[in-house]
Design a binder for this molecule. Structure first.
Ligand code: NIG
Ligand code: FE
Length: 432
């Protein structure tokens, strides 16, 4: 007997399922991709019904549409778990300043950096913010990203932070990519609070966090069971550990799940603080030492590594993602797409850098941008792997061997992007 379904993708040279017991993959398990040779994926009503050998699924299912994927790879749609994709303007001038020798921190201390994007974002009308961000999401989609976490943090005042949340919701509604909102009101100290940062922390706790929660409760995200995260940038020149702890503790009090930018340039103790507060993910970790790494590995937090920032800032010292995995941590990778430290939409490029400079195996890098990234944003039970019951977000890739995703770089190996069972991007055909 055959079951009738919407879509059957079959005859794929290789299927990367990233399947496994519930939860992210940690340590040596990050090498396991759940590969199926000559595989098929059965999809109905936007969900995966079955994944297995082609001949088996072709016998079991009668599909209204079929896609023959001979010679190709099928893998889960990529999940980008840490982005600042919603902003106005650019910081190409700072790019030149860094080439001339200024550092990211010097530019930030001189009133540029995040605050420069704050000015552009505060001055942008909502539709401009949506338009500028949409073209970045279009690029991300073409490169295989189907789910994106998106932070506020360029408003740094109540109205503009809420406008960023509105833009995130509008993009989620209008774009094939699913977004997950994060309130990062504590991203930088806005200039009007330059010499009294504690007062800004107070404003975040007393006004911005509660207003964001109220906004969230009435939003499409709450209706869909998609969380609102709270995040903080714990760094010299941004928020110290005491201030960061106050913000995250207040967010936790309101019931929000937590994230934290920690150990990017300076190990202030924010990592330990975020772990103590039960953060879902701890992000950056570029300067974390062996003790911090061991602590992450013993926690439930996902370590989100961002090699694009080191690359973009011309650094040579990458986060010890190898050490994190060897210590048994669950590692995810992200673009961190933003106008300053990482203007990069490409998770394939992130994988390429992570394999070369952080010595991740291609399999580890692939789990880090799929299954583990999904868990880092609270959606591990919906996306990030090809398993029955999950959302049918998947990619057809122009290779028969998943390792090519990281081995080749600078191009785009993604041929077709399928979101909830529908084709949302297909590379146009060759020239005749
Ligand atoms: O994750 N480190 C803080 N926030 C971003 C950079 C944002 C910006 O430079 O605009 C990051 O690197
Ligand atoms: Fe960031």
């Amino acid at each position: 007997m055959t079951t009738s379904i919407d879509l059957l993708l079959h005859s794929a040279a290789q299927i990367v399922t990233c399947d496994g017991p519930p939860g992210p993959k940690r340590g040596v398990a990050m090498r396991e991709l759940g590969l199926i040779a000559n595989g098929a994926v059965a999809v109905d009503q936007g969900r995966i019904v079955a994944v297995g050998p082609s001949d088996e699924l072709r016998r079991s299912y009668q599909a209204r549409h079929e896609i023959a994927a001979a010679g190709k790879l099928i893998c889960p749609g990529f999940v980008d778990p840490h982005t600042h994709v919603v902003y106005a303007g650019d910081r190409v001038n700072e790019f030149e300043q860094r080439i001339a020798g200024a550092t990211y921190q010097e530019i930030m201390a001189a009133g540029g950096g995040i605050v420069s994007s704050m000015h552009a974002t505060r001055n942008a009308a909502a539709d401009q913010l949506v338009r500028e961000s949409r073209s970045r999401l279009d690029q991300m989609l073409m490169l295989g990203t189907t789910t994106v976490e998106a932070k506020t943090g360029y408003g740094l005042e109540l109205a503009a932070e809420l406008r960023q949340l509105e833009a995130i919701a509008a993009l989620d509604a209008a774009h094939p990519i699913d977004l997950v909102p994060t309130l990062l009101a504590a991203h930088a100290i806005p200039p009007e609070f330059a010499n009294h940062a504690d007062d800004y922390v107070e404003l975040v706790i007393a006004e911005i966090l509660p207003a964001a929660l109220e906004w969230y409760r009435a939003s499409r995200f709450a209706a869909a069971g998609v969380p609102l995260f709270a995040d903080v940038f714990c760094e010299r020149g941004a928020f110290d550990v005491v201030q960061s702890r106050r913000v995250l503790a207040a967010a936790r009090e309101l019931g929000l799940p937590l994230k934290a930018h920690v150990d990017e340039f300076t190990a202030l103790g924010g990592l330990e603080m975020a772990l103590e507060l039960g953060a879902v993910s701890v992000d950056h970790l570029d300067v974390s030492g062996p003790a911090g790494i061991a602590q992450v590995a013993q926690s439930d937090a996902i370590a989100v590594s961002i090699p694009t920032v080191t690359f973009n800032l011309g650094g040579t010292h990458y986060a010890d993602a190898r050490g994190l995995i060897d210590a048994g941590a669950a590692v995810a990778l992200t673009t961190d797409i933003n106008p300053g430290s990482a203007p990069c939409p490409s998770l394939p490029l992130v994988m390429a850098i992570a394999c070369r400079y952080q010595r991740l195996l291609p399999a580890e890098a692939l789990n880090a941008v799929t299954r583990n990234a999904a868990y880092a944003i609270g959606l591990g039970d919906r996306v990030g792997s090809l398993e029955a019951g999950k959302q049918a977000d998947l990619l057809l890739v122009d290779t028969g061997d998943y390792r090519h995703l990281a081995y080749e770089f600078g191009g785009n190996p993604v041929e077709t992007v399928i979101k909830r069972g529908a084709i949302v991007y297909a590379r146009s055909g060759r020239h005749p």
